[in-house]
Design a protein around this ligand. Structure first.
Ligand SMILES: *Cc1c(COP(=O)(O)O)cnc(C)c1O
Length: 393
């Protein structure tokens, strides 16, 4: 029996009923501009303030440190360009990051490189985790920013953020983390983890698309990205996305309340699939088995193309990805898988399955009914697989 399974929750998630319910009044009758003085505007302003308080509470921040943005990409751009500009004013133009960041970070940094900044890319090794000692060794007198993601969007590996943050704090260097994949799935306390800036995006935790936030610790110097009105404490102009931020706050509270339950269910789903799929010959799990998001599976199957695998999975009702949604459309293997040291031909046969609210063990069983057959079918047609088998002899 064909079944519809959405297994691409790292690309985006379904809006939760609770978030939609919270948003509805601000998409309909309560449409006032949050900056207007009359009572209709006052309602929106109160809702925006309340959303800021709720988000701050989940992260261990104060409301004054939460700045709303149009999503994760904007938050990353703002944190990085803002800290780079502030650094330049002090004659500091060196930035440290990791090789496997999201493109919202990597492409922002290559734009800065063209403007004369020097970027150090820390390796992530076979397990997909940055070493704290590598960061310590890379820091220079002129380092103005360290930006390292909390959890990787392709292989789900979780970085030692508190330790990395402690190194930066000791040296007085601003520390930014792209936590878009982690927020809602991992317990985060920005104060305990020594984080100066943190990016998040609502649509990755069952909130609406096109809205996110940047946490900026009080005292962190970041210049303005969007000039205009006085919104977001005069640091990010534009009429408040009232419904969006209300939906984001509601979704985040819900994600925090249901985190343990969801992680337990995701772990059950993923353990089952990983154990079963590893029985397929010449398959491998990418990234550390333990230090990863509970809902992430990233595997390679030698001798096949990730794209063909996705098409056949889709034909069977399963939405999955070969890596990042942002790199599909290009035929290059993922920079994340290459950063683990995987050869091109193996990185090509990758599959990412990511689970969230709504997924069940029945989904997992259905996937494992379909996947081995598809891999077998594709290998039977693959000249690459023939030569792998030939070499085995
Ligand atoms: C999705 C994602 C982004 C981009 O967020 P948008 O809200 O889609 O702009 C940035 N970083 C990571 C790690 C992501 O997974």
């Amino acid at each position: 029996m064909k079944r519809f399974v959405y297994a691409d929750n790292s690309a985006t998630t379904k809006l939760s009923e609770r978030a939609l319910g919270a948003m509805m009044p601000y998409l309909t009758d309560n449409f006032g501009n949050a900056s207007s003085l009359y009572s209709l505007g006052e309602k929106s302003r109160a809702a925006v303030n309340e959303a800021r308080e709720k988000i701050a509470a989940v992260l261990g921040a104060s409301p004054r440190e939460i700045y709303f943005t149009s999503g994760g990409s904007e938050a990353d751009n703002w944190a990085i360009k803002g800290a780079a500009e502030a650094g330049k004013r002090k004659g500091k133009k060196h930035i440290i990051t990791s090789v496997f960041e999201h493109h919202a970070v990597l492409h922002t940094l290559s734009a800065l490189e063209k403007q004369g900044y020097e970027i150090t890319y820390l390796p992530v090794y076979e397990n997909g985790i940055v070493k704290v000692s590598d960061l310590e060794a890379a820091i220079r007198e002129d380092t103005c920013l360290v930006t390292i993601m909390f959890a990787n969007n392709e292989i789900g590996t979780v970085q030692p953020i508190a330790e990395l943050g402690a190194v930066c704090r000791k040296k007085g260097i601003p520390f930014h983390t792209d936590a878009v994949q982690a927020v809602g799935n991992v317990k985060i306390d920005v104060k305990e983890m020594n984080i100066d800036m943190l990016s998040l995006s609502a649509h990755k935790f069952h909130g609406p698309k096109g809205v996110g936030a940047l946490y900026i610790r009080r005292g962190t110097v970041v210049t303005t990205l969007i000039n205009g009105g006085a919104q977001e404490f005069g640091r990010r102009a534009g009429t408040e996305n009232t419904a969006g931020v209300v939906g984001m706050a509601e979704a985040l509270c819900e994600a925090a309340e249901t985190m343990d339950e969801r992680n337990a269910r995701n772990r059950e789903i993923c353990d089952y699939i990983i154990n079963e799929a590893l029985k397929i010959e010449r398959s491998r799990l990418n990234g550390d088995r333990e230090k990863r998001l509970s809902g992430n599976i990233n595997m390679c199957f030698e001798g096949i193309e990730g794209e063909s695998l996705l098409l056949l999975l889709d034909f069977n009702g399963i939405s999955a990805s070969s890596g990042s949604a942002c790199t599909s459309g290009s035929l290059d293997p993922s920079h994340v898988l290459l950063s683990l040291g995987l050869p091109h031909e193996i990185a090509h046969g990758s599959l990412r399955l990511t689970f969230g609210d709504g997924n069940t063990m029945e989904d997992a069983e259905y996937i494992m009914k379909v996947l081995p057959e598809i891999v077998g079918k594709l290998r039977a047609m693959s000249p690459l697989w023939d030569s792998i088998k030939e070499n085995e002899k």
